[in-house]
Design a protein around this ligand. Sequence first.
Ligand code: HEC
Length: 479
Amino acid sequence: MFSRFRIFFWAAFGLAALGFAAPVSAQLPKDAVKLYAELCASCHGANQEGGQGTSLVDGIWNRGNGDDAYIARMITQGMPELGMPAFGATLDAGRVRALTVFLREREVREKEKGTRYAKPKLDELVTSEVQSFRVETVVEGLDVPWSITFMPNGGGALITERKGTLRFVREGKLVSEPVRDTPKVVAQGQGGLLAVAVHPDYASNGWVYLAFSDAGADGTAMTAVVRGRIRGGAWLDEQEIYRAPRELYRKGGNHFGTRLVFDRGYLYFSIGERGAQDNAQDITRPNGKIHRVHEDGRVPADNPFVKTPGALPTIWSFGHRNPQGIALRAAGVGGGEPELWATEHGPRGGDELNLIRKGANYGWPLVTFGMNYNGTPVSAETSRFGLESPVVQWTPVIAVSAITFYDGARYPKWRGNLFVGSLGQQELRRLVLKGDEVVSQEVLFRGIGRIREVAVGPDGLLYACLEGPGRVVRLVPVE
Ligand code: HEC
């Protein structure tokens, strides 16, 4: 014991003598808001408006480009000759990171105060950058509509309500009774009846797929996928497509994902990390992953971890927090092979759009652009060799939900664009891509309801499921 202490003492002393004094952060708050108040507000103002130091919310960065690396460098190295102290010896990397997220959040929020976004009323004309449209209500009277899928040949649409009901829409009207005998779901927190999708050959096989929070023992739950057919208003012929081993189910109502995406005989779906962030890195667990199975649930022989001892063979990618948007970028739209794209909710800061690659690790919680909800750091790093970086990250978060690529003919100038819905910010965003890069973003409208789903209908129009009140709208182009 004594000798260990002595080694520690001499090691610490030696490092200090060499100028590597450990940061004195231990006595400081971890929460970025409190840190700011304690260390920065005296010069930069209580609301970052400036004083002896410059404003940190005006979007003007005096001595650099204002990116995250610049802010972090300013905090650690300062500019003592100009009155900005260096905090590198006081603050550890995690706290510097959290302060950076906090300042970014404040800058964007302040800028938004001076920006006007379309908040269309029913049938009001919205003029956006390249396309005018009206927002038309198609179906009303829904309770948290989560997902929509369209049947071929004018067969109507199916909509999930999170509380556990599957609703049919025929000729623009909601069928009064929900489909009977659909699977029992755990409708709690973010869980419930989530995604619905009809099989690409639905016309010949009638399969409808559902993803939902499935109950395990002792109040646990995990995302599961089944398929079945609907006849006479009832759910029949149910087959299990995916259920995780029951002992891996978890308590809590957070982070179930999910969407259902078909591609050439395969089915992709996500499971959020269920609030257990470290599970996202553990490939013996189903949560925090995007999975790939055959359409009948069999495990594809070329999945990345089929030969890894202990790994769950359905895993396609891992290190995810809570992916609630998955979409296929069809061949042609992106120029090459079809690509799988996914969005995921960040914590406070760090919502992500990712291009999904086989077997890849998307980094949560080892790296992130966000911090914990209470302002403390999750990680000091935003990227690391061997971990995938997002194509886009949003700080502050928009609470990113569903996505869809537009490949139709009704809005020719939107072809190839990615449409992104958001819950918290209630935005519909249009992202313009060049290759695999996002070159610009436009907020088409904001503030008319949390957007759970974005999809393209058989009529080539964009549809969205909104909350509060629960309804489905579509964007009707106006010349
Ligand atoms: C003693 C006063 C003082 C304190 C305390 C202080 N700053 Fe500064 N800070 C300054 C001054 C003065 C500048 C402007 C230097 C210049 O560009 O002339 C500055 C500049 C900056 C910049 C660059 C701004 C730009 O426009 O490029 C950042 C970022 C920054 N401070 C962050 C912080 C943070 C975060 C803290 C707390 C951890 C902090 N500062 C604490 C005085 C202070």
